[in-house]
Design a protein around this ligand. Structure first.
Ligand SMILES: *Cc1c(COP(=O)(O)O)cnc(C)c1O
Length: 455
């Protein structure tokens, strides 16, 4: 039998019987089975029942150049033929990795000139945790171990990266290591109240200083933050927030780390949000858009302060992965970056589709179950509320978001729900017509959700 002769039901049964999917409630999924995605092209995914779904999430915030780009496929095939694998442990390296490292040093903010490779954002953040603590030990301050991050921050799902993240559900499932602390995010919709933007920015940043003082700066290694909190609900900070944050980090001699796993590679209208927001991180985590998700790869950009110390006094850094600096992944990353440049995708996000997405979504803010629309580049959130007065949030957080998501998918749009916020993170190649289609279906999904809830 070929793939096409097997029915959807059979695929679903085979999958449900054996596959433990990530972030999945097995008791809930197994009786129904998963949607089987068979192929994708451009900005559309297709399932085994022949449904065509516009992918408003670019996979999982990662397929920045869209699906089906032959340049990436050919780069992978050519590299697999020439050198499919060799390790970088034995004083060996490979051509794609050397070239990619120079390229990343060139496009990331000044001072980030060194790259450590891994396979996922989680591993990149685990690497950062080890490197930061090792750095302070080399500086003669081994007690500087605590890493501060934010509630609703997402830094991955290994035990350490999930402990660093601010997802309480993950902490409850054996990912709550000591020496991590969390502060409230600059989530204006919940916490701004009557403050103007500048006041709220200063106030939200002061939560970091309060926490540093509580723990003692001599115990704090780093503050780690996504420039825009993605999986936490596309939380866009008020203007000026990070200026205060960086001053606080400098004042207390704490490293500042930007997790740009989502915001990197063009999504905010520059190569990195650090450039859009004028950040000067000491280190940076990169993944997702690095290869547009075609193959796994992540990277840690290491600033000169930390890298120079490791070079001068570090001895061997006892850390790495079999596939650190994988030649095929590096070749795909290079082809991906070249495509982003050749098609001028970042300018397009900055000058055309980013502003157009904001403009096209704006009217949805009037909808009776919408409390707020947030956008930044090609990232967006539609915050759902029970009532605009207050606003009043839904009692069972997440239930309404899931209803709205299902209505959107039924109508041909893949949107993700984070709590009760609907999220969009399309490819950089998404067109104005794709945005129009997205907003049209999103509006229908909002109506259907409100009707179902009797609102
Ligand atoms: C997805 C994500 C990660 C984790 O990446 P994985 O490849 O899933 O391990 C880390 N940080 C941020 C900001 C992310 O969005």
């Amino acid at each position: 039998m070929t793939f096409d002769e097997i029915s959807t039901n059979d695929w679903q049964a085979m999958d449900a019987a054996h596959h433990m999917a990530p972030f999945t409630d097995y008791g809930d999924l197994r009786p129904k089975g998963a949607r089987i995605i068979t192929h994708a092209e451009g900005h559309y995914i297709y399932d085994s029942d022949g449904n065509r779904i516009l992918d408003g999430m670019a996979g999982l915030w990662c397929v920045n150049v869209g699906y089906g780009r032959p340049e990436l496929v050919e780069a992978a095939a050519a590299q697999m033929t020439k050198l499919p694998y060799y390790n970088n442990f034995f004083r060996t390296s490979n051509q794609p990795v050397a070239e990619l490292s120079a390229k990343l040093a060139g496009i990331t903010p000044d001072g980030l000139n060194n790259v450590f490779y891994a396979n996922s954002g989680s591993e990149a953040n685990d690497t950062i945790i080890r490197m930061v603590r090792h750095y302070w030990a080399l500086e003669g301050k081994p007690e500087k171990r605590v890493i501060i991050s934010r509630e609703f921050g997402y830094h991955g799902s290994t035990i350490m990266s999930a402990s660093m993240g601010g997802m309480s559900g993950m902490h409850e499932q054996a990912a709550n290591e000591p020496d991590f602390a969390h502060i409230r995010p600059p989530y204006g919709f919940l916490h701004q109240g009557n403050q103007d933007e500048a006041e709220f920015a200063a106030n939200a940043a002061s939560w970091l200083e309060d926490k540093i003082i509580e723990i003692g700066a001599s115990n704090v290694a780093a503050f780690v933050a996504e420039p825009i909190q993605g999986a936490g609900g596309v939380i866009v900070p008020p203007a000026g927030y990070f200026k205060h944050i960086q001053e606080i980090c400098r004042r207390h001699d704490i490293l500042f780390v930007a997790d740009e796993v989502i915001t990197g590679f063009g999504r905010t209208g520059q190569w990195f949000a650090s450039q859009t927001m004028e950040l000067e991180p000491d280190m940076m985590a990169l993944a997702k858009g690095l290869t547009s998700g075609y193959v796994p790869m992540s990277a840690v950009m290491v600033g000169d302060r930390v890298a120079n110390k490791l070079v001068a006094d570090g001895g061997e850094f006892y850390h790495g992965f079999t596939y650190s600096g994988h030649p095929v992944a590096a070749a795909v990353a290079l082809a991906n970056l070249e495509l982003i440049e050749r098609e001028d995708m970042i300018t397009r996000v900055r000058e055309d589709t980013g502003p157009y997405l904001a403009e096209a979504l704006a009217p949805l803010a009037e909808h009776r179950i919408v409390g707020e629309i947030r956008t930044f580049g090609v990232l967006a959130a539609i915050e759902l509320v029970k009532s605009k007065d207050g606003p009043e949030m839904f009692e069972h957080t997440g239930a309404t978001g899931a209803i709205c998501r299902d209505h959107a998918i039924d109508r041909g749009l893949m949107m993700r729900a984070v709590r009760d916020a609907m999220i969009l993170s399309p490819a950089l190649t998404y067109s104005r017509a794709d945005i129009d289609e997205t907003v049209r279906i999103a509006a229908q999904a909002l109506d259907a959700t409100a009707d179902q809830l009797g609102l």
